[in-house]
Design a protein around this ligand. Structure first.
Ligand code: HEM
Length: 480
C-alpha cells in the first residue's frame, strides 16, 4: 500500500501513530478539532482513523470540487457497523452506499415522500401543532414560569414529523408519548455515535465482542425496531382508514403492494423501516436544534431581537390570532436571522461522510478510491477569508447578498449539496421558519429570576447532529 501511495500526491496531515493513526488527534467535538487542525495542515487534509484514510475538506473551493465537479465520484457512503444496523442493512436513504437501490429510494423520497406537494398538503399539521405550542407557552406566561425551550421545541417538531410520517398523534397516541419519542430519538443518536473497533481495524470485531460494543449496539437497536414494528403493524391492520393525505408509511405500503414482480428493485418492509429510521435521525433534532440556536442567539443580542420582532409585528399587524405559512412570504429580516443561524450553527457540521468510488483530484491532491471525505461546513461558514467577524451573529451581513443555503453556494452548506443534498430541506426550512415566527410574534422573552444574559452559553454537544448542550430556560411573556 505504501509503495502505491508514494506515487500519489496525497494531502498533508498531522503525524500518524502506529495502528491508531490519527485517532488520538480527535479530542473534543470533531468539527471544532478538525477546524483547528486544518489551520495548520490546510483546507484539504488527510488523516488516518485506525486503518481508514479520511480526507477533511475545509474551504469552499475544495467543497465545490467534491460536491459539484466530482459529485458522482464522491456520492457513496462509508459502511460502518452502526450505520449498517440502524439502516436495516442499508435499506434506507441516508446511509445506503451509492447504487441502484439508493437511487430508487432517493427518487421515492424526492418525488413522493418529501416533495413540495406533500410538504404543502401537510401545512395544516404544522399550523395546528404550532398553535398547540403557543397555547402551552401562554399558560406558562400566565404563571410567569420558565419554559425548557429545548424540550418544547423538540416536542413541536417531533409531533409534526410523527403525524406526517407515521400518522401518529403524539398527544393522543396509545403507544408513544412525548417522553417516549425523546427517548427513542436519543437512542438513535447513541447508535450513530457508537464507536466500533471493526470500523477502523481489521479483525476489530473480536474486540467489539470482548468489550461488549456489539451487544450494546444491538440492545439499543432492538428498542428502536420494536417501535418501528408497531408503526408498521398499525398501518397494516385490516380495515385501517387512510386519511385524505396518506402519511409516509401509507404511501410506501401502498407502493409495496402494487409493485410489479418483474422490476429489479423490490420495496420491502425493511426499506420502510429504513426510511422511518432516517426520518427519526435526520428530521427531528435538526429542525428543533436550529430554532433553539436562533432563540439563543437572539436572547444574546437584544438589538437583533428587537429589530426582528418589530419587523414581524409591523408586517403581520398587531391582532393576528393565528400564524399561517403565507405570513412567511412577506418577511425579510426574519429570513436573514434564519440564514445567519444556519451559518453559525449548521445542525450537521461535517454533513454525513462520503466515500470516493474512484480516484479523483482535489486541489491538485490525489484522493484514492474508497477514501472517506468529510466536508467541514462549520469551518467553511466561519472562515475569516469569507466572512467578516465570522463568529459574530449578524444577520445584516446578508443584506444585498445573493448567498443562500440551499446547496448552490459552497460557503454556506447547512443542507449539503449535490446528489446527497438533504431531501427534507423544504420540510425542515418550513418547520424552522413557522416555529420561530410563532415564538417571536406572540411572545416577548425574559430570563428566569437570578440569571443574566451572560448565563446563556453556546456550548455544543452531539454526535453527527450537534445541538446546544444545555437547554435554554426562558420565561414567555404573552403580548396583549
Ligand atoms: C433544519 C433541518 C435539517 C437540516 C439542517 C438537515 C441537514 C442535512 C444534512 C447536512 C444532510 C447530509 C447532506 C450530505 O451528506 O451532503 C442531510 C441528509 C438527509 N436529510 Fe436532512 N436536514 C434537515 C431536515 C430534514 C428532514 C425534515 C428530513 C426528513 C423528514 C431529512 C431527511 C434527510 C435524509 C433522508 C438525508 C440523507 C440523504 C442522502 O443521503 O441521500 N432532513 N440533512
Amino acid at each position: 500500500k505504501k509503495s502505491q501511495s508514494t506515487k500519489l500526491k496525497l494531502p498533508p496531515g498531522p503525524r500518524k501513530l502506529p495502528i491508531i493513526g490519527n485517532l488520538h488527534n480527535l479530542q473534543g467535538l470533531p468539527h471544532r478539532c478538525l477546524q483547528n487542525l486544518s489551520k495548520t495542515h490546510g483546507p484539504v487534509m488527510q488523516l488516518q482513523f485506525g486503518f481508514i484514510p479520511v480526507v477533511i475538506v475545509s474551504s469552499n473551493q475544495a467543497a465545490e470540487e467534491v460536491l459539484k465537479t466530482h459529485d458522482l465520484d464522491c456520492c457513496s457512503r462509508p459502511e460502518t457497523v452502526a450505520s449498517r444496523t440502524i439502516s436495516y442493512n442499508f435499506k434506507d436513504i441516508g446511509f445506503a452506499p451509492y447504487g441502484e437501490e439508493w437511487r430508487a429510494m432517493r427518487k421515492l423520497a424526492v418525488i413522493e415522500l418529501f416533495s413540495l406537494k406533500k410538504v404543502n398538503s401537510f401545512r395544516y399539521i404544522r399550523e395546528e401543532e404550532n398553535d398547540m405550542l403557543v397555547k402551552k407557552l401562554s399558560e406558562a406566561s400566565q404563571k410567569q414560569s420558565p419554559v425548557n425551550l429545548k424540550k418544547a421545541l423538540f416536542t413541536l417538531v417531533a409531533s409534526i414529523v410523527c403525524r406526517l410520517a407515521f400518522g401518529e398523534n403524539l398527544h393522543e397516541s396509545e403507544f408513544i408519548n412525548e417522553d417516549g419519542m425523546e427517548d427513542l430519538a436519543s437512542r438513535s443518536e447513541k447508535i450513530q455515535a457508537k464507536f466500533c473497533f471493526s470500523d477502523f481495524f481489521p479483525g476489530g470485531w473480536i474486540l467489539d465482542r470482548i468489550t461488549g460494543q456489539s451487544k450494546s449496539l444491538n440492545g439499543i437497536f432492538e428498542d428502536l425496531d420494536r417501535f418501528f414494528n408497531r408503526v408498521l403493524d398499525d398501518h397494516l391492520k385490516p380495515g385501517r382508514r387512510v386519511l385524505e393525505s396518506p402519511d409516509v408509511v401509507d404511501v410506501m405500503i401502498d407502493m409495496m403492494n402494487k409493485q410489479s414482480q418483474d422490476g429489479s428493485f423490490k420495496l420491502t418492509t425493511d426499506h420502510i423501516k429504513g426510511v422511518i429510521s432516517d426520518i427519526f435521525l435526520a428530521g427531528v433534532n435538526t429542525s428543533a436544534t436550529t430554532i433553539l440556536w436562533a432563540m439563543t442567539e437572539l436572547m444574546r443580542s437584544p438589538r437583533i431581537m428587537k429589530k426582528v420582532q418589530d419587523e414581524v409585528r409591523t408586517v403581520l399587524g398587531e391582532n393576528k390570532e393565528r400564524i399561517t405559512e403565507q405570513d412567511l412570504n412577506q418577511l425579510n429580516y426574519f429570513k436573514l436571522v434564519i440564514k445567519e443561524t444556519f451559518r453559525l450553527h449548521p445542525a450537521a457540521p461535517l454533513l454525513l461522510p462520503r466515500e470516493t468510488m474512484s480516484q479523483i483530484k482535489i486541489q491538485d491532491y490525489d484522493i484514492p478510491e474508497k477514501t472517506q471525505i468529510m466536508i467541514n461546513v462549520y469551518a467553511i461558514a466561519r472562515d475569516p477569508d469569507l466572512w467578516e467577524n465570522p463568529d459574530e451573529f449578524k444577520p445584516e451581513r446578508f443584506d444585498d447578498s445573493s448567498v443562500d443555503y440551499r446547496g448552490l453556494n459552497f460557503e454556506l452548506l447547512p443542507f449539503g449539496s449535490g446528489r446527497r443534498i438533504c431531501p427534507g430541506m423544504t420540510m425542515g426550512i418550513n418547520m424552522v421558519e413557522l416555529g420561530l415566527l410563532n415564538l417571536l410574534y406572540f411572545f416577548d422573552w425574559g430570563l428566569p429570576e437570578g440569571t443574566t444574559m451572560k448565563d446563556i452559553d453556546l456550548e455544543e454537544d452531539g454526535a453527527i447532529i450537534i445541538g446546544k448542550k444545555v437547554s435554554l430556560e426562558l420565561v414567555p411573556i404573552r403580548r396583549q
